[in-house]
Design a protein around this ligand. Structure first.
Ligand code: KG4
Ligand code: ZN
Length: 343
């Protein structure tokens, strides 16, 4: 059975891939609400505990969706489609969002649109905002999150090619694991950023791993930080607290310079100098500053997401749902017909 879409389309986005339960409503590219419940429970464990994450999603999902509808000032009956994160992510967490979305879509008899989380981090740039210009195709996307580090050639909304990625840890892990060595709470990325802004980036240099021009490797950096801290704290047990700003500045400087080196290689190899970043680490002040400088230095056109669309959120899932409805080769069928959606 084919569904006729309502004229004024309100798309509900649902994101539950890791430790944020999020819901958002979008209408014609404009975000009407963007609600995120961050799960604080993981702080006590120094990282995300998958079983606790899926339980917290179960507790949060109904109130978060209600709040997103309330802020958007619409009723669930006004929804035209539901877009949800299909993957990648933690299985138990994804299942909560997927089963919730499927049942609501079925109950309302509206289309259900599965969305790839990493594609959503890239397409978040197509959320309408007065403060931002949308990237022109083709562009290079650098996706930098807690689970991924990828260079992607984006030729169209749904024509994307991964041209480079990490061989081991993701860049967000490099931040978070280094922070853990410094006894900072999870997630440590934003704290490294905070201290780094007051520190000297050149006092404690860290090595940049040598891999292929479009590849990344971060596990060596984490080990270098570990050995450095072990050595220095043997000589002075208060070394970390006395030097936290400079240590964080050194780590951040190394990571940002490394990401910029890879972007330079990608521009050289593809001839494309329009760059868009996405994922939690794109909130980092160092990478944001370096990209702005690259506009002047190399003539690049750079696109940096608003802070609310850097870390995990459902507005980016909703915008992909809307783009799929508008531009994708999507066959919209009823969830009741048990037919799979094609994209
Ligand atoms: O995209 P995201 O919210 O979740 C995943 O899909 O992984 O990214 C989370 C990651 C964490 O590793 C977190 O420490 C990092 O983004 N992050 C930052 C900053 N804000 C978030 N890393 C460095 N500087 C920041 N300001
Ligand atoms: Zn993410």
């Amino acid at each position: 059975m084919c569904l006729k879409l309502k004229d004024d389309k309100y798309i509900l986005g649902i994101e539950s891939s890791c430790d944020d339960t999020a819901a958002a409503v979008i209408n014609n590219g404009v975000v009407l609400s963007n609600v995120v419940a961050t799960q604080e429970i993981h702080k006590a464990y120094g990282g995300v505990v998958p079983e606790l994450a899926s339980r917290a999603h179960q507790q949060n999902i109904v109130p978060v969706v209600h709040e997103a509808l309330r802020q958007a000032n619409i009723d669930k009956k006004d929804l035209s489609a539901i877009a949800y994160t299909q993957g990648p992510g933690l299985m138990g967490s994804l299942l909560v969002g997927a089963s919730f979305s499927k049942s609501v879509a079925m109950g309302l008899n509206i289309p259900l649109i599965p969305v790839n989380h990493m594609q959503a981090h890239i397409l978040a740039h197509f959320i309408k905002s007065e403060a931002q210009t949308m990237p022109e195709f083709p562009f290079i996307a650098l996706t930098i999150s807690g689970g991924h580090t990828q260079l992607v050639k984006v030729s169209d909304y749904f024509k994307m090619e991964i041209i480079g990625e990490t061989l081991d840890d993701a860049v967000g892990e490099a931040f978070d694991k280094s922070a853990k060595i410094l006894d900072l709470p999870y997630p440590g990325g934003p704290l490294i950023d905070k201290y780094a802004q007051k520190g000297d980036p050149h006092r404690f240099p860290f090595p940049k791993p040598k891999v292929g021009p479009l590849e990344f490797s971060f596990s060596g950096l984490k080990t270098a930080v570990l050995y450095f801290i072990e050595r220095e704290t043997k000589a002075d047990p208060d070394f970390v607290s006395k030097n936290i700003d400079d240590i964080c500045a050194g780590i951040q400087f190394t990571i940002v310079e490394y990401l910029m080196d890879k972007l330079k290689n990608a521009v050289e190899e593809t001839g494309i100098n329009r760059i868009a970043i996405g994922g939690g680490v794109s909130a980092n002040s160092g990478i944001r500053k370096a990209l702005k400088e690259a506009e002047k230095k190399y003539g690049w056109k750079t696109h940096i997401p608003l802070f609310e669309y850097c870390t995990d959120n459902a507005a980016m899932i909703a915008v992909v749902g809307e783009l799929k409805l508008k531009h994708g080769s999507i066959e919209v069928t009823s969830t009741l017909s048990k037919a799979r959606l094609k994209f």
